[in-house]
Ligand binder design. Sequence first.
Ligand code: BGC
Length: 435
Amino acid sequence: MATDQIPQFPAGFLWGVSTSAHQIEGAADEREPSVWDAFTAEPGRVKDGSTAAVACDHYHRHREDVALLAGLGVDAYRFSVSWPRVNSPGGLDFYDRLVDELCAAGIRPVPTLFHWDLPVALDWLERDTASRFAEYVSVVAERLGDRVHKWITLNEPAEHTLLGHALGVHAPGRRLLFDALPVAHHQLLAHGLAVRALRAAGVGDIGIANSHGPTWPASAEPADVAAADFYDLLLGRLFADPLLLGRYPDGIGELMPSADLESDLKVISEPLDWYGVNYYAPTRVGAPQGADGEFGGIPIPAELPFSVREIEGVPVTDFGWPVVPEGLTELLTGFRERYGDRLPPVVITENGCSYEGLDDQDRIAYLDGHIRALHRALEAGVDVRGYFVWSLLDNFEWAEGYARRFGMVHVDFATLRRTPKSSYAWFRDVLRAQR
Ligand code: BGC
């Protein structure tokens, strides 16, 4: 696979990698607990019984990790700020040092302000959590705003709602099904309040990282088409429409817990400087099949009005996720069609795959295919400004524990030794060829 064949992206295109605090930092005893600490402490919640108490120990080894980023030659590093750590003595100092080190290495820091590790005392079912989030965001912006010039409010509120509150397979482990909808609304409100708080603190270039992928109906049968449309609404449009169009998709707004939905939607649709897309794969969806199902480690209860079906004839990652690079082109061109001028420039804030092994040719093929697919979206006129690989390091993959390896750098979780994989050298060469 010749890297020189990857087409040239426009000058100023932002190349980076992403991580998140709970998945890499460790040093859990040096901060207050999050909902994820409480969740992993419950037996049976994480498949390999592990916790993120140490994870990659990035908190103590951040210098080594910044050196890995510098060796890779990325323009930018997306990490997340742990709200529980900021609440703890010395916590903000850690991010202050990290930002200094990144700047010294010529790497733009791109913090995500919430990547699922809510302080254990808080709850997204409570509206007040949105205001508390904005207060915390102001504190972070005051401290880092002189050096951080690109911000992400939330990571994947859809997954946090679905997996954490509707299906109970992520923290905080609630299985509320459709009663989880307030969690979506409160996170969206938190996002809008955070955008205002950031701008009030004088910082800009603000986006969000939402997960999206094309939804393909299992067949042309009306029941499959309707089920796929509902799935797309629930996981995609429910989160993009209020941000970009200032309204909920039909039929959902009435279910939201707000005395004044119109004024909430004004906050939620504060104009964004850019829109972050986490893309992994499309989903094939059909009518319910009257039985519990499972997909990529996620249980799909029979009572949901859809079922997730296998996409046949494509390779899958070690996680069982289909590898469909052209889904990224389809997604982005579809997005531009749906949102038109309301869509700000797009940044791919996550894209990656889980594979075992140091000579990770499968990961190289995955990334190569997706970068080319992204370029096709650019050629089709979508304004794409950046691409971040998930992830720099193998890390704590939530309910899967350490069993899924998404890193371009291998981590031996017994010794914490980092070893760059083949994909690390490959991505470095891709970036060099783009300069
Ligand atoms: C999340 C990451 C996660 C990755 C792979 C995304 O949904 O933002 O935290 O590790 O997917 O599952």
